[in-house]
Ligand binder design. Structure first.
Ligand code: GLY
Ligand code: MN
Ligand code: MN
Length: 455
């Protein structure tokens, strides 16, 4: 579990806490190397982001760098198979520095990178682009991990252009600049057993955090206290932190899809929507529950809650190998639209309302996204002909229908100001699916009985 550094040795873990084994990282790199034909894969450094004078945000590496070696420091990574002098695995890291380490803890350093991460070659970070430039003279293709640093992207594109400009005189094959993301996304999209175990753990811890809220939330509590309770559970159980900004939204703030200010007090009679998941070993959970701040749902809240829950059950039921990715969304839409008609919010027949997207003012997002090392994980949603891709075992998706009636929505008054989302994490199995977050309580009667006991 939580490793202790050897005394006097380390003030840093260097690798993703509770993450995959070094053998897993080596196997992933080998898979990439095997796929590189006279090519280089280069993922540039993600720098620390400044929070305020002399203070940084918690560092989060580029997820593909995390996938390929698990280094938790700013570093560039190169995998090369083009006959250059740095073929294999190269890491470009921050050099050791007594001055810097006094303030922020030990760095893995250029020499340490080989032992700790199994790099064939290691260099100080500031020679990364120069080393790439030399390597490109031998390569036919550069698979480049496009960065959020657009200046860096431009510099690398210019480097490829320069390398091509020199080729007529210097020889060598034409150089292609390709995006590295799709290559890695294809593998990251299908989770192996070890990855699923980490995702299950992330979901179990997160579910526990949500369940604890059912026992502890009360009128007068502030949204940021709700956030603290759920995030305490994540951290106390081995997560390094939340996988994304926790949403703790009371009343009509729940109709703001990505509300994260979490700064108002909860009021009796309102609902509390909590969208929160921990990150364990580099893998994310993403769970939403919506429950009464008081003891029970009002009749209007119960109508809508039951409808969203029915839509979610119908959507989850569709998840199986061979099912199109959009089947859960279509199933959820059918139930939600039919329900909105029954409640007098929409009129006409369900198919026409779906066709005309009449539901959209109240359900404006899709039902699912991929989940993995990123909360909105990588992977294709559509095949080359534009149709939804088919689910296969090892894929993990969220199923998260909702209904959102803003305070000024054109609906009967008792539905105004209500936002409800119910979100679970679902893995496609060999013959159906497994709900990784099934520990998080969501049946209305069970929630109400726990809420009654909380007072
Ligand atoms: N927590 C963000 C989402 O549900 O997509
Ligand atoms: Mn989600
Ligand atoms: Mn969510």
């Amino acid at each position: 579990m939580l490793a202790q550094p050897p005394p006097g040795m380390l003030a840093s873990h260097f690798m993703t806490l509770n993450g995959p084994s070094p053998a897993t990282f080596a196997a992933r790199r080998q898979r990439v190397l095997d796929a590189l034909d006279s090519a280089v894969l280069f993922i540039p450094v993600t720098e620390e982001a400044v929070f305020a004078n002399d203070v940084h945000y918690a560092f989060r590496p580029d997820t593909n760098t995390r996938y390929l070696c698990g280094i938790e420091e700013p570093a560039s990574l190169m995998l090369s198979r083009c006959g250059s002098d740095c073929d294999g695995f190269s890491l470009f890291v921050r050099p050791r520095s007594e001055q810097s380490e006094t303030w922020t803890g030990k760095r893995v350093g250029v020499d340490g990178a080989k032992n700790t991460f199994g790099a064939d070659h290691s260099y100080p970070g500031d020679v990364a682009l120069e080393t790439l430039r030399r390597t490109l003279k031998h390569a036919r293709t550069l698979h480049y991990g496009f960065s959020r640093d657009h200046n860096l992207n431009r510099e690398v594109a210019e480097m490829v252009h320069q390398a091509n400009a020199e080729r007529p005189r210097e020889g060598g094959a034409p150089l292609v600049l390709a995006d590295a993301a799709p290559l890695l996304a294809e593998w990251r999209q299908i989770k192996c057993e070890a990855e699923l175990a980490l995702m299950r753990k992330a979901a179990e811890i997160s579910a526990q955090g949500h369940n604890e809220l059912l026992a502890r939330a009360h009128p007068g509590m502030n949204e940021y206290e709700v956030q603290a309770i759920v995030e305490y559970r994540f951290r106390a159980s081995g997560c390094l932190g939340p996988a994304y900004g926790t949403i703790a939204a009371g009343g009509d703030r729940a109709t703001v899809l990505h509300y994260t200010r979490n700064e108002f007090a909860l009021r009796d009679g309102e609902l509390l929507l909590v969208d929160a998941g921990g990150e364990y070993g580099g893998y994310c959970a993403d769970i939403t529950r919506t429950f009464p701040v008081g003891k029970a749902y009002t009749p209007a809240q119960a109508d809508l809650y039951d409808l969203v829950l029915a839509a979610q059950h119908a959507a989850i039921d569709t998840v199986a190998p061979g099912t199109p990715f959009d089947a859960p969304h279509r199933a959820a839409l059918k139930v939600l639209t039919q329900g909105l008609i029954s409640l007098g919010i929409l009129s006409g027949d369900a198919d026409t309302c779906i066709e005309s997207e009449a539901y959209k003012p109240y359900y404006m997002h899709r039902t699912s996204h991929w989940l993995g090392m990123d909360v909105h994980d990588v992977g294709r949603y559509r095949n080359d002909s534009g149709g939804p891709i088919s689910l296969v075992p090892g894929m993990v998706l969220t199923v998260e229908p909702g209904l959102y009636f803003r305070a000024d929505a054109d609906v009967p008054e008792h539905y105004r100001g209500i936002g409800i989302r119910i979100e679970d994490d679902v893995a496609v199995s060999g013959n159906g699916h497994v709900v990784l977050s099934s520990d998080a309580i969501k049946e209305r009667r069970e929630i109400e009985s726990l809420r009654a006991r909380a007072f």
